[in-house]
Design a protein around this ligand. Structure first.
Ligand SMILES: Cc1ncc(COP(=O)(O)O)c(C=O)c1O
Length: 415
């Protein structure tokens, strides 16, 4: 195919055939062969949400306030559902965004403006303190907004309130908790972080991009989940992705604030150009209306019972994977996975080498560099893959045990 703009347009068939052909070497995600990037509850649900998405394929959610009242209504409904699920007090506020990274950027921007107002210093940059397990989106936000980020080591794979408190200084304005963190899948002790936040008048953000739309249902099903949401009084904001365990089509995330007083620092108003007042609550301007409609459709198609059912099945699946991993001699699951992430290590075999055998059998491996290990973020798409993946993992471990000493290859540990 030409690498510059074709002189005349290609036909529909040429385009579709080319794209179909282009896709054929991609990972077979529909067979559950990638341990991340994709989240699925049910095929019928996917068809419905795709239909909802297509109904709003052309609409631009940037115009929700002026042109598309329906998008505004759907966003209001989605936000109300999140505020209720996450136990926000009356007056809580939320916004629909395009992803976890954007939700986190919104929270950091809001906290920074809050700190500037509080200090009466419009040039204040300050610092944010986060456990080393916090998602890179915090670092990205800090790079963009010229904020220092201070990282501290975890204790038992979780944020350590004592280490956090030791890292805080007079320029700290924000602290972070994860529910759960991506590397180990465990929920930080949010109530203790909340006490630190209240003691030092800091903004506590809970990154529930992975857990937000699963935790309330897992808790209802009796999982041992520490309080992680607005019930902890020091929590100022929460990010929660609908396009992960909310099972909505991408792009769809939400960011919530304890009160209007907190949320007001997010909104961007600009009137110093010829075209008049420009106001957004998001980092991006134009946003796909389809993402909003797809998320609205997903929440309403599943409902409370649907989410409970999907979560129950997913927790059973996690238990199956966990048991299977632990039955392979030498492998150890990290902590006690309560949600959708399983991380595992080994004192006997190098799991980076083990993981690098997996593509030979059609699997995309996901790694951990600290401690050396492997990682899975599972949804129901992985139900069909469980037995085969475990069989091939066992094979990969045996391959590695049988490998000649010194035959190790360099493995790039990439997300
Ligand atoms: C804990 C956590 N926070 C934030 C994000 C960022 O989400 P996104 O990729 O939607 O920007 C992720 C992505 O996996 C995550 O695991």
């Amino acid at each position: 195919m030409a690498t510059k703009l074709p002189e005349t347009g290609l036909s529909r068939d040429e385009i579709i055939n080319h794209l179909t052909d282009l896709k054929k070497d991609d990972i077979k995600w529909a067979e559950g062969r990638t341990p991340m990037f994709i989240f699925k509850a049910d095929t019928e649900l996917s068809k419905l949400t795709q239909e909802a998405f297509n109904l709003y394929f052309n609409e631009n959610a940037l115009g929700a306030h002026r042109a598309y009242k329906s998008i505004r209504q759907m966003e209001d409904d989605i936000v109300a559902i999140g505020l209720d699920l996450f136990n926000a007090p009356a007056g809580g506020q939320g916004y629909f965004t395009t992803g976890g990274t954007e939700s986190i950027m919104c929270a950091v921007k809001t906290a920074k403006t809050w700190a500037r107002d509080k200090r009466g210093d419009p040039k204040f940059h300050g610092n944010i303190v986060a456990a080393e397990t916090a998602h890179p989106a915090f670092r990205k936000s800090c790079d963009l907004m010229d904020i220092e980020i201070r990282k501290y080591p975890v204790k038992d794979f979780r944020a350590d309130p004592a280490a956090l408190e030791a890292a805080i200084d007079e320029n700290t304005f924000m602290i972070i908790g994860s529910a759960p963190c991506f590397p180990y899948g465990v929920v930080d002790p949010i109530e203790e972080l909340s006490e630190v936040a209240l003691r030092h008048d800091l903004w506590l953000h809970v990154d529930a991009c992975v857990g937000g739309y699963m935790l309330p249902f897992a808790e209802e099903l009796g999982q041992k989940i520490p309080v992680w949401d607005f019930r902890a009084p020091g929590v100022a904001s929460i990010s929660a992705d609908l396009h992960k365990f909310g099972y909505a089509p991408k792009p769809a995330s939400t960011v919530f604030f304890r009160s209007q007083e907190h949320a007001k620092h997010l909104i961007f108003f600009y009137n110093e150009w010829p075209s008049g007042l420009y106001a957004t609550a998001t980092v991006v301007g134009t946003r796909p209306g389809g993402g909003v409609a797809g998320a609205w459709a997903t929440l309403h198609a599943l409902g409370h019972e649907g989410y409970l059912d999907v979560t129950r099945r997913l927790l059973d699946l996690i238990a199956r994977y966990k048991k299977g991993i632990e039955e392979i001699p030498g492998l150890k699951v990290i902590d006690d996975p309560q949600l959708a992430i399983i991380a595992f290590t080994s004192d006997e075999v190098d799991l980076l080498q083990v993981g690098s055998h997996m593509p030979k059998r059609g699997w995309l491996p996901s790694f951990l560099q600290e401690p050396k290990g492997m990682h899975l973020m599972l949804s129901l798409i992985h139900e069909q893959a469980c037995d085969k993946w475990l069989e091939d993992l066992r094979w990969a471990v045996e391959e590695q045990r049988a490998a000649a000493p010194g035959s190790e290859k360099k493995v790039d540990v990439v997300y």
